[in-house]
Design a protein around this ligand. Structure first.
Ligand code: TXA
Ligand code: MG
Length: 322
């Protein structure tokens, strides 16, 4: 779907229109103190799927959820004592905390790519804050650039990359830092820096009074690839590109011509719409897995658009595990 992208200064009227776009499931780009973000309603899986479609990334990497204050953040995730200390010291500001999801967390599974954790941040930019206030719900927002391009630090950069797939760009001029937020895994007492960013390592250590580990290289992945893979796995093995459903298997179908089965089945999109399929993927896998099938037969997913990211995810889940 090609949209006409409006670039607007952040007037009250523009903010109200931006919030309406977000409520309808469309994307809105906005400035933060680090880089421009590509925002969607974090509780709407279809809106979140549109982020991945717009960025053109062949993988579902987890996204940062933006909220107005620490109180809103603690409603979504579980904060350890250290996490609370860091939030008090650096929020609002360019620090992202990865925490365990709360028990009744309304954030779409697709936001964290099926992981049991959430990356949360309270931005300090007046326009980001005005948009969060007008919208009234958490915003999932990666940097507002096409995959493989550098992060956008001006509204014109966003337009060059994303015009046509974002409903509106709130123009706040050039951003302050130009460097993304620092990402810390604070799910346990062993705090790990997952991505270096606008808040230096030393300032974090000063607040904690201890040293913190850094993830390998410039890695932006959870603790280790192994850990990531295992979270990506269902208990039941997946059988990809299935042309039939065998005894004891559940079916993950796609498109109008679903295979016949008497067993449990979920169709990712009976219309064959890849955005809808991406939005349903993680909850569908979870639902089918909960029925304890012998295996999950998965119909072929077209290898274009969001199909690449869906297939990447399915291949990881199907990979043999130790
Ligand atoms: O400054 C910023 O952080 C900008 C602005 C827009 O807020 N956002 C940004 O988002 O850089 P993005 O999606 O480009 O980067 C998100 C980072 C990635 O390194 C991702 O791997 C990590 O956060 N991340 C998100 N959720 C995670 C999770 N549950 N576990 C581990 N890492 C996570
Ligand atoms: Mg990025």
């Amino acid at each position: 779907m090609l949209l006409t992208t409006q670039i607007s200064p952040p007037t009250e009227d523009a903010l109200a229109r931006a919030a309406a776009h977000l409520r309808s499931g469309a994307l809105v780009a906005f400035p933060t103190e680090t880089v421009y973000g590509l925002g969607a309603d974090a509780t709407n899986p279809t809106a979140v799927a549109r982020i991945f479609e717009a960025k053109g990334r062949p993988q579902f990497n987890p996204l940062i959820v933006h909220v107005l204050d620490a109180a809103a953040a603690t409603e979504l995730g579980q904060f350890t004592a250290n996490a609370k200390k860091l939030a008090a010291a650096f929020w609002p500001g360019p620090l992202t905390l990865v925490v365990k999801r709360g028990e009744t967390c309304p954030i779409a599974d697709l936001v964290s790519a099926g992981l049991p954790t959430l990356a949360l941040r309270v931005p300090d930019h007046p326009i980001a804050r005005a948009l969060l206030t007008a919208f009234g719900k958490p915003l999932a927002a990666p940097s507002a650039n096409r995959s493989g391009h550098v992060s956008a630090t001006r509204a014109e950069h966003v337009a060059a990359d994303l015009a046509g797939s974002v409903a509106m760009i709130l123009d706040g001029g050039p951003v302050q830092h130009g460097l993304e937020s620092t990402v810390l895994d604070v799910t346990s007492d062993e705090i790990v820096m997952l991505r270096p960013g606008a808040i230096p390592h030393a300032r974090i250590e000063a607040v904690l009074g201890t040293t913190i580990a850094r993830a390998e290289g410039s890695s932006i992945r959870p603790h280790s690839p192994g850990q990531l893979e295992s979270h990506y796995a269902t208990r039941a093995p997946l059988r990809l590109n299935a042309h039939d459903v065998r005894d004891g298997e559940a079916l993950l179908a796609f498109g109008p011509n679903a295979l016949a089965t008497a067993g449990a089945a979920v169709n990712l999109s009976s219309k064959g719409d890849l955005v809808e399929a991406a939005a349903n993927l993680f909850s569908a896998l979870r639902d089918l897995d909960a029925r304890n099938p012998r295996a999950i037969a998965v119909m072929a997913i077209p290898a274009h658009g969001l199909g690449d990211a869906i297939n990447d995810r399915l291949k990881r889940a199907a990979a043999p595990r130790s």
